[in-house]
Ligand binder design. Sequence first.
Ligand code: GLU
Length: 427
Amino acid sequence: MAGALETPAGTETAPNPLRDARAQLAEAIQILGLNGGMYEVLATPRREVTVSIPLRRDDGTIEVLLGYRVQHNMSRGPTKGGLRYSPDVNLDEVRALAMWMTWKCALVDIPYGGAKGGITFDPRNYSPQEIERVTRRYTSELMPIIGPMIDIPAPDMGTDEQVMAWMMDTYSVNTGFTVPGVVTGKPVNIGGSLGRANATSRGVSHIALAALAHCGLVPEQTTVAVQGFGKVGSGAALFLWQAGVKVTAISDQYGAISCADGIDVALLKKHVESTGSVVGFAGTEPLADRDDLLYADVDVLIPAATEGVIHGGNASQIKAKLIVEGANGPTTTEADRVLEAAGVFIVPDILANSGGVIVSYFEWVQANQAFWWTEAQVELRLTERMDHAWHRVVNAAAARGMNFRQAATVLAVETVASAHTARGLYP
Ligand code: GLU
């Protein structure tokens, strides 16, 4: 672990999520009055693995990809977190995402520490057969350090139910029996949970509606811009539109569209299914640049794409008064300061997008017990847990004069630090 705490690369103009994650942790440690030793324990992942993944391409050539798995903290149970396929994946990013998973699981009181995995490649440039080979080889390289009581992967950017099915199959074949609890976000017919597929987006919209009420905004008179129309953004936009909120701007990787009267999100989903993009949807205007979406004149902004999109260089251009973070780490520490000074209210990722890992936990409980819940039970238990976390954050923020990110991080760090202290340091 030599050098694990050295300053991560990156400057304010080139955001580094690990630097932001550690800055948030340092602030929480200071607010809680914990010592520097506890900061070092929690700033450093307990285990990190880098693997090379030799891939036979369909044309017979060989390519070697790099894969990572970082297990940040194990004080409260096995580690848990997604697996990301993206050309931007690097070890510092995976370390940051793993740390955020620890706080997310602690905040919503599910018995896991955080983990994250990633493979640096763009799955859009590979065939399904190639993606299957990459997934199976990565899984077999990780065999000794994953498992239902060790570390439980799930989908993230660039991965889906099918990738989880291949992981579960590879792990099970090598173990000698079927182990449905080794991953979550699997298809329902092999032990996935009803309600998992849209759990993150359902949670984002649920928390967004709670935040509207908290700010005295009425859904029907509220405008929202959603950045990203993938698994999280498309579902969040749809649920908010169904709740009567006016979704006036949406973007994806190809462009951004807007309509002052509100976008019919159900019809837009059909358009995206047939064309592959939100661009060109009837009745909407294109924005000059995809990133103009961030500066839309709306009440609420939901960044639901990737980390670091709101940074020191653009935070002052944001017009929304409420930001609900669908993505992990979309706002840098410098942007946080600019937005706080401007009176923008931010609902942090570890609260807003925790619906995915909450239902992952339900899936793991069901799979381990081979006893299945109805979709209504899943949804009720999801919203109960999110409401509980929401009220804890609201109360902690009010009691200690903190913003919501500070309050959520402080509650989570306090939970993990107290578990660490109760267990003691071995040897
Ligand atoms: N990738 C999701 C997240 O960032 C879900 C993780 C999980 O279900 O384990 O929260």
